[in-house]
Design a binder for this molecule. Structure first.
Ligand code: HEC
Length: 370
């Protein structure tokens, strides 16, 4: 029934005169993340154009379903998992993003944070930001990263585009935002900016196409098509102004090389409370949590938590004696299904074992009785 209705409502979608030889490819896109996708037009964005090309290659009419994605996983639940569309473009290319229910094809391309400066300016190293005012979006990874850099003055905005507009207005000296925001403001203002790619932990990621697990065959088709579309996708990105005027390496999380020997390899329950921890270790744990590793960014300063589920002073109440075990399990492996819909990142490859032990020792001193 529904399909017939679509066919009568959307005759304009017929491609190459082949009137609905096959069902439309229903593609979910966010209506308001230019230049990735935009319902307003006149151009509908990079992901929209990729969707059109994928539909064309499958010899299926293209049907867009605009759906805001600011609710994150809930948006995926309400769309691809509820069969409102066949595929959502722009989801993080992460295996197990939502357990076995969601398949992810791709990756389509890489995306990440950039440092935006006035046109013509550049920066030799990230430390040169000291003494400058930097615009960032509230609750972004850039905000956590910036918190680890002493001597800069972060200025927080609700939306990343506002941070870039503040740069054009001279209210900040630079902006650290995800790249679509920088390009969107360039396009809306007609003014060019210097856009430097930031290479470092958690500052870049890949986007893909999310599908319900029933659509395995379509996923395989999309994987093959996307793999052959590399050049075409790169050209679409360029046409929309996505580019880098330079790049900066920034290892803002203390890790890798220097501490490889100390990296945890297995989940080991620890009887943290039994050991009377050294006050210096406890103080170090607090510092790691609040500033160096940026846990406080999601869990609140001193682990007080923006909501009960992230209040880490309640772990003993929640899990009784086994709370340290839950700590290790969660911190090493991360958690994808959470009450807030935010992801708890896995730290096993990014934080050193002694640092995670110090945080545990400090948390042990904070546990509430009831
Ligand atoms: C990007 C946000 C984010 C960051 C950064 C983060 N966490 Fe989490 N963390 C979460 C979320 C979300 C949960 C899940 C809460 C829930 O289950 O709803 C969580 C859960 C946890 C839990 C389990 C809590 C429980 O009671 O089940 C621990 C322990 C934890 N985090 C420790 C840390 C530590 C230590 C760090 C820093 C090394 C850290 N987190 C950094 C978002 C974050």
């Amino acid at each position: 029934m529904r399909r017939m209705l679509l066919a009568t409502l959307l005759p304009a979608l017929a491609i190459n005169g082949s009137v609905f030889a096959s069902e439309p490819l229903r593609v979910c896109l966010d209506p308001d993340v230019p230049p990735l996708s935009s319902a307003a037009g006149p151009e509908h964005g990079i992901l929209y154009e990729i969707g059109q090309r994928l539909a064309h290659a499958l010899a299926r009419p293209f049907a867009v379903v605009w759906w805001p994605t600011d609710l994150g996983k809930r948006a995926i639940r309400l769309t691809v998992l509820a069969d409102r569309c066949d595929v959502m473009l722009g989801v993080p290319f992460v295996k197990g993003l939502m357990g076995p229910r969601l398949l992810v094809a791709g990756p389509l391309f890489e995306l990440g944070y950039v440092l935006v400066l006035p046109a013509g300016e550049s920066l030799a190293q990230i430390e040169d930001l000291r003494g400058r005012r930097i615009g960032v979006a509230f609750n972004s990874e850039a905000q956590s990263a910036l918190a680890t850099l002493e001597g800069v003055e972060p200025v927080t905005f609700r939306q990343p585009e506002e941070a870039v507009r503040a740069l054009l207005a001279g209210a900040v000296d630079a902006a650290m935002v995800w790249e679509p925001a920088a390009v969107a403001v360039e396009r809306e203002s007609g003014q060019r900016l210097a856009i430097l790619r930031l290479d470092g932990p958690r500052l870049r990621w890949q986007v893909g196409a999310g599908l319900a697990r029933e659509k395995r065959a379509l996923r395989d088709q999309l994987d093959a098509l996307i793999a052959a579309m590399g050049e075409e996708i790169a050209a679409i990105r360029r046409a929309y102004g996505l580019r880098y005027d330079g790049a900066l390496r920034w290892d803002w999380l203390p890790l890798e090389g220097e501490r490889r020997g100390a990296r945890p390899s297995a989940i080991v329950p620890a009887a943290a409370e039994a050991e009377a921890a050294d006050p210096a270790v406890i103080a170090r744990g607090r510092e790691l949590f609040n500033s160096i590793l940026g846990c406080a960014h999601c869990h609140g300063p001193d682990a007080v938590g923006p909501d009960k589920a992230r209040d880490l002073r309640r772990m003993r109440i929640r899990y009784r004696a086994s709370w340290p075990e839950t700590y290790w399990q969660t911190v090493l492996e991360g958690r994808l299904q959470t009450q807030s819909g935010l992801v708890m990142p896995a730290w096993k490859d990014t934080a050193a074992r002694p640092d995670l032990e110090a945080i545990l020792a400090w948390l042990a001193t904070l546990q509430l009785a009831r």
